[in-house]
Ligand binder design. Structure first.
Ligand SMILES: Nc1nc2c(ncn2[C@@H]2O[C@H](COP(=O)(O)OP(=O)(O)OP(=O)(O)O)[C@@H](O)[C@H]2O)c(=O)[nH]1
Ligand SMILES: O=C([O-])CC(=O)C(=O)O
Ligand SMILES: [Mn+2]
Length: 623
């Protein structure tokens, strides 16, 4: 193993070793396939050295020290945020790049109409050229990781090779990683190879940038061979390959083959004052409230939420025929702006304990972080996410709208004990939700599973800063998976519908559609959201328990008058009515948009969904 992790400390007179030799000589594994792959990548990318990550505290300390020395990280004041760091990216590398994300299935039709596609051989040829020598002057890190608990019956292994120490540090927070994973991998277990390079080789003596990246970016997935190749970006969803790339895009393809679901969902445990417990999974598009709902502090007395996951759920059938969910992740990569003591106190409590990376937020003069919504008033002076002086007079916000905190889930004070359970937790309800200023009511209950799948398949939301591109444009985002589907969307809907054949339909979770983001004519949110969303969870659970009243509408069941608990809430009757309203005219306007959306999928769109659309149309016209 190389003594130092940092290529920057390499003296210029030291000759570059032949990397491929180093790969196997000191490897802490005898897994032949893994060794061969590491050799192959080293030969292609030509790093100066190879380092196998063990996941230890000492390694974390060394990595972060070196990132501080390189100017990528700034150590925060330990009295404010112990063992934590501030990172600023290149201003061009701040979010997922959906335009540059590819599903390289063997056949184009298998990627479906919502994904970019290139033939696997063509993509590999293109990317091999880019990877050629792309790690020159750098260390190549080998990061063995596992998505989900290591004691799962079939642990889901991955190995990420990266030339970014920032990625290694982030992967240590986000996944179970290091020597324990290598040990479990043994000599021949399967793993998903994940190759990542920032695409910024260093010539002899060339000074590195604090945030190396490349204008050319590719985030490529090979669903049949279960491989991920990423190039050019160091940012979150583009570079932490265990997250969206593996746990959603590749896992969704695996799940389809094996009869389970890999979804963009939070998982929470809800306990009523009567000590009834229910587990709820909820899919909202990026930056639409998953982390917040997962950690909610209900305002209604006696109700309790505990967290299991804030972004991804893998759901498999248990022996009892119910769907059991597990969070494959180990950390949070949460949206910073808007996270504060008023909105998400549990996230703040987790962050306070430190051991975190903060990316593209602002830095205070006493070495703490700040972002819009962190506290009601900003400090007098900040260093903004671009490294400039910032005061409240500044025209721009201090933190990028997609700035993030990366924090261990173990620090969430309300983490449920079942978090590590290899069985997962049985899901009672699934919520689909989006960010819609109009049309979509606070909560609607589906009529049955097929109707619930229709709700998910037609889910729409305004785009957010979580992806590069325009913000605030309404688009269809089926099951909040539009950017994360590893195969054809029509086949995906069919897979969802097929759950009814895999168990007794009564055992499936009840599906609801929610919208925290409806606005009045002045543009203010109609519903206070955050902790008040506990009231909506309560109604859903009481529906399942058969205790709450609903009114049937053309789009599904909404809370009957008085059924939603609004005790103590400062909301006028008009405001409540507006939040819950189903406006048939607005919904009639949705019909052609849904028809156009469904039309995109051609023959793979299940006929049941067209039938649902026809039935909705009919109900609206009768209205
Ligand atoms: N008005 C309103 N805003 C909310 C609510 N819940 C979350 N938000 C805001 O929505 C933004 C994103 O919330 P998150 O909970 O981080 O979203 P997410 O779905 O976890 O996002 P990703 O991590 O990108 O997948 C933040 O600015 C929140 O403050 C709500 O109930 N009402
Ligand atoms: O993947 C990312 O970069 C961040 C994230 O959680 C999302 O966009 O949903
Ligand atoms: Mn989140």
């Amino acid at each position: 193993m190389t003594a130092t992790l940092n290529p920057h400390t390499k003296t210029s007179e030291a000759p570059s070793p032949s990397a491929s030799v180093a790969a196997t000589t000191h490897a802490p594994t005898t897994h032949a396939k893994l060794l061969a792959w590491v050799d192959e990548v080293a030969e292609l990318c030509q790093p100066d050295s190879i380092y196998w990550c063990d996941g230890s505290d000492a390694e974390w300390a060394e990595l972060t020290n070196e990132l501080v020395a390189a100017g990528t990280l700034v150590r925060l004041n330990p009295a404010k945020k112990p063992n934590s760091f501030w990172a600023r990216t290149d201003p061009s590398d701040v979010a997922r790049v959906e335009e540059r994300t590819y599903i390289c299935s063997a056949k184009e039709k298998d990627a479906g109409p919502t994904n970019n596609w290139m033939a696997p051989d063509d993509m590999k040829r293109t990317m091999r050229e880019l990877y050629q020598g792309s790690m020159r002057g750098r260390t190549m890190y080998v990061v063995p990781f596992c998505m989900g608990p290591l004691d799962n019956e079939n642990p889901m292994f991955g190995v990420e090779i990266t030339d970014s120490a920032y990625v290694v540090a982030s992967m240590r927070i986000m996944t179970r990683m290091g020597q324990a994973v290598l040990d479990k991998l043994g000599t021949d277990k399967n793993f998903v190879p994940c190759l990542h390079s920032v695409g910024a080789p260093l010539n002899e003596g060339q000074k590195d940038k604090a945030w190396p990246c490349n204008e050319t970016k590719y985030i490529s997935h090979f669903p049949e061979t279960r491989e991920i190749w990423s190039y050019g970006s160091g940012y979150g969803g583009n570079s932490l390959l265990g997250k969206k790339c593996y746990s959603l895009r590749i896992a969704s393809a695996i799940a389809k083959d094996e009869g389970w679901l890999a979804e963009h969902m939070l998982i929470l445990k809800l306990t009523s004052p009567k000590q009834e417990t229910h587990y709820i999974a909820a899919a909202f598009p990026s930056a639409c409230g998953k982390t917040n709902l997962a950690m909610l502090e209900p305002t209604i007395p006696g109700w309790k939420v505990e967290t299991l996951g804030d972004d991804i759920a893998w759901m498999r059938f248990g022996e009892d025929g119910r769907l059991y969910a597990q969070n494959p992740e180990f950390g949070m990569f949460g949206v910073a702006p808007g996270t504060g003591w008023q909105t998400n106190p549990n996230a703040m409590r987790a962050i306070e304990q430190g051991n975190s990376l903060f990316t593209n937020v602002a830095l205070t003069d006493d070495g703490d972080v700040w972002w819009e919504g962190y506290s009601p008033k900003p400090p007098a002076h900040l260093t903004d996410w671009k490294g400039r002086d910032w005061t409240s007079e500044a025209k721009e916000v201090s933190s990028h709208p997609n700035s993030r905190f990366c924090t261990p889930l173990s620090q969430v004070p309300i983490l449920a004990n079942e978090f590590d359970s290899p069985q997962g937790v049985p899901i009672s309800a699934i919520f689909f939700g989006g960010r819609r200023a109009s049309t979509v009511p606070l909560i609607t209950e589906s009529r049955d599973w097929t109707h619930g799948v229709f709700m998910g398949a037609t889910l729409s939301s305004e785009t957010t800063a979580a992806a590069a591109g325009k913000v605030g444009v309404v688009r269809r985002d089926p099951m909040a998976m539009l950017p994360f589907l590893g195969y054809d969307g029509g086949d995906y809907f069919a897979h969802w519908l097929s759950m009814q054949q895999r168990t007794e339909p009564a055992k499936l979770p009840r599906i609801f559609y929610v919208n925290w983001f409806r606005r009045d004519d002045e543009g203010s949110f109609l519903w206070p959201g955050f902790g008040e969303n506990g009231r909506v969870l309560k109604w859903a659970i009481e529906r399942i328990e058969g205790r709450a009243e609903a009114t049937e509408t053309p789009i599904g069941n909404v809370p009957a008058q008085g059924a939603l608990d609004v005790t103590g809430l400062h909301l006028t009757a008009d405001e409540l009515e507006a939040a819950l309203a189903v406006d048939a005219e607005e919904w009639k306007d949705e019909i052609p948009m849904i028809a156009e959306w469904f039309g995109k999928f051609g023959s793979t769109l299940p006929a049941e969904l067209w039938t649902e659309l026809d039935a909705l149309k009919e109900r609206l016209n009768k209205n």
